[in-house]
Design a binder for this molecule. Structure first.
Ligand SMILES: NC(=O)c1ccc[n+]([C@@H]2O[C@H](COP(=O)([O-])OP(=O)(O)OC[C@H]3O[C@@H](n4cnc5c(N)ncnc54)[C@H](O)[C@@H]3O)[C@@H](O)[C@H]2O)c1
Length: 380
């Protein structure tokens, strides 16, 4: 019999519902991992909470005030998926209540907020605290991670990591909190998308020494949803180039792109490693594919293999089937539950100290763009 961990969800929007979807198909997982059960939800929007009540009979507490979940001794852990402005207050309150936390990125609206969250994490070493990041759990990305670990690439020439959307290409899309600096933060697209480009590089030990950033604002005004227009002050697109020291002591460029305006992209995440011995890439644009180079005499040939359904944590799904976004979410949650049980998944979720590195990098990127220069991370 699997152990049950009772969860409260704070923020019942897009990502809150994704967690609920993963919890609902826990039987898909083949191994005996503790099961999450959503017993409480908090959101000021009653319709958002009602969706949970209608679909999850175990929900016994529904409140507009998240502190009602924190006061409930029948809740072991919290998933918090709220606008960035609220991260600091909500995450610190969760930790002070003694509950484990999976928080959403960027883990604080800015570096000062992240510093204060990290201080609360430090005060509670008994709690498991992680930040959400699902893309590394695609089987194609897992293959890339295995090859990095096996030193398959030789001397690294360059690493490219990107996360691109096209939903903002429509200038008539109404403004929402993700386009407002006061709620989303000064980082703009980096705060929304940046951590996704950093989880694998950071975990591989590729720590940026510095950054040169080009940030762009393309659409400066949008409908406000009430018949008027509202300014759109967040950065739309960001290009970050950092020096990283490889295992051989030489520097290589780590190029990170986060774009809200990328023609043709949906939720397109990709990671590419170029090396002297071989190269490889994975993109969610072609999620069943893993691309790698093979030698053809002295030439390099790009090959494509269909990886099938071979996730990090085994499931009952046949290996011949194909993998998608909700599967990556399920894998991430299974990895988190393993961490909650004190077990170590092959590739764990983003740790608080990695969110702190992300904030240093993105704060340095803002300064780099403002001053038009390379900024060392030691300045931050
Ligand atoms: N991991 C991912 O792939 C991914 C994708 C999208 C968003 N996110 C992150 O998830 C978080 C939420 O984003 P979203 O897209 O779900 O946003 P959303 O706007 O769809 O949902 C946010 C919810 O929070 C609720 N909320 C607002 N104030 C609250 C409060 N005081 N207490 C409780 N709930 C409150 C809102 O009513 C809303 O239902 C953000 O940190 C965002 O960066 C992660």
């Amino acid at each position: 019999m699997k152990k049950t961990i009772r969860f409260g969800v704070i923020g019942c929007g897009l990502m809150g519902r994704e967690f609920a979807g993963a919890a609902a198909r826990w039987s898909q997982l083949a191994s005996g991992i503790a099961k999450p059960e959503i017993v409480g939800v908090a959101d000021p929007n009653p319709a958002a909470r009602d969706w949970f009540r209608d679909n999850f009979p175990a929900v016994r507490i529904s409140s507009e005030d998240y502190r009602d979940l924190l006061a409930d001794p029948g809740i072991d852990a919290i998933y918090a998926a709220v606008p960035h402005l609220l991260h600091e207050k909500v995450y610190i309150d969760v930790l002070e209540s003694g509950k484990h936390l999976l928080g959403e990125k960027p883990f604080g609206i800015d570096k000062a907020a992240n510093d204060r969250i990290l201080a609360a994490v430090k005060k509670h070493p008994e709690l498991v605290v992680r930040c959400s990041s699902e893309f590394p759990y695609y089987p194609g990305c897992q293959e890339l991670i295995r090859r990095i670990g096996a030193d398959a690439f030789g001397k690294i020439i360059e690493v490219r990591s990107s996360f691109c959307h096209s939903s903002d290409m429509d200038p008539e899309k109404p403004v929402n909190w993700k386009r407002q600096v006061e709620k989303n933060g000064e980082y703009g697209c980096m705060g929304d998308l940046g951590i996704h480009t950093q989880h694998v590089p950071f975990r591989m030990g590729w720590t940026p020494e510095n950054v040169f950033a080009k940030l762009t604002k393309i659409i400066r005004e949008r409908p406000d949803g009430k018949g008027g227009r509202a300014p759109c002050l967040t950065w739309d697109n960001a290009l970050l180039v950092s020096d990283v020291r490889g295992a051989d002591g030489d520097l290589f460029p780590l190029v990170m792109r986060t774009m809200r305006l990328m023609p043709g992209a949906t939720n397109s995440w990709s990671l590419e490693v170029l090396g002297l011995k071989s190269s490889a890439r994975f993109t969610t644009d072609d999620p069943n594919a893993f691309f790698y180079t093979d030698s053809w005499g002295k030439e390099q040939a790009w090959c494509r293999v269909g990886v099938g359904y071979k996730p990090m944590i085994p499931t009952v799904t046949g290996g011949i089937f194909e993998f998608g976004f909700p599967d990556a979410i399920l894998q991430m949650w299974a990895a988190f539950l393993l961490e909650l049980e004190g077990r170590e998944p092959a590739f764990g979720l983003l740790r608080p100290e990695e969110t702190a590195l992300s904030h240093r990098l993105q704060t340095a990127a803002l300064l780099s763009h403002r001053e038009g220069r390379v900024v060392s991370l030691t300045e931050i």
